[in-house]
Design a protein around this ligand. Structure first.
Ligand code: SF4
Length: 201
């Protein structure tokens, strides 16, 4: 993969791009850039791996559905995340041509990535990048979603068999919406934090 070409394609689509060799460097960067703000998280294994909730909480007001405060539900916390200054999330797939793909079951993650914040950060490892948009969608559906279903120990065929999407009708289905970010949304500042490591699913 020609990473410089990937960066150029994202930039052509309106995103600022910051690129780091390691997750630790990316975490340091975000910890320095986000200070004294109200911050919301979209569910993300990448952000968990980077321990960004713990770091940012020291000097920001942070809401994360994966770290609900005592007495607060997932839904309460996820709703707060839609009204924060800053929103951080990852993606399930991206393409060398400069698009990003996310699948969501509850909708909080894709909703937060589109509107209402001063700035959205998309934090992703290079393992998420496929050559084309079609392959990025395939990756999101057949790699990321099954691994996420397995992470949450859901009773879906993809989680049980761990190989691909079965386009299931399971009550536990996590693939209820799919968003393609063709270009940066008009009213929101958006930055991609690209990490030259395998991060998340
Ligand atoms: S649609 Fe169902 S089988 Fe396919 S990835 Fe989503 S949860 Fe798994």
């Amino acid at each position: 993969m020609d990473i410089q070409k990937v960066i150029s394609n994202f930039e052509r689509n309106g995103y600022k791009v910051s690129c780091f060799e390691t997750a630790a460097e990316a975490a340091d960067y975000l910890d320095g850039a986000i200070d004294g703000r109200h911050v919301g998280f979209g569910d993300s294994q990448t952000l968990l791996q980077m321990k960004l909730f713990e770091r940012l909480s020291r000097h920001n007001r942070v809401a994360d559905p994966q770290h609900c405060a005592e007495g607060r539900s997932f839904t309460d916390t996820a709703k707060e995340c839609l009204t924060t200054d800053i929103f951080l999330t990852s993606v399930n797939g991206a393409s060398e041509t400069g698009q990003m793909v996310n699948i969501d079951g509850e909708g909080n993650r894709i909703a937060g990535s589109l509107f209402g914040h001063d700035k959205v950060y998309f934090v992703l490892g290079v393992n998420k990048i496929a050559p084309t948009l079609e392959e990025a969608v395939w990756r999101a559906r057949n790699v990321a979603a099954p691994l996420n279903a397995r992470r949450f120990q859901l009773k879906t065929p993809c989680a049980v068999r761990g190989d691909r999407c079965y386009d299931c009708s399971s009550p536990d289905r996590i693939c209820n919406g799919l968003i393609i970010h063709y270009k940066k949304m008009e009213c929101v500042d958006m930055e991609i934090v690209l990490i030259n490591e395998k991060m998340g699913f």
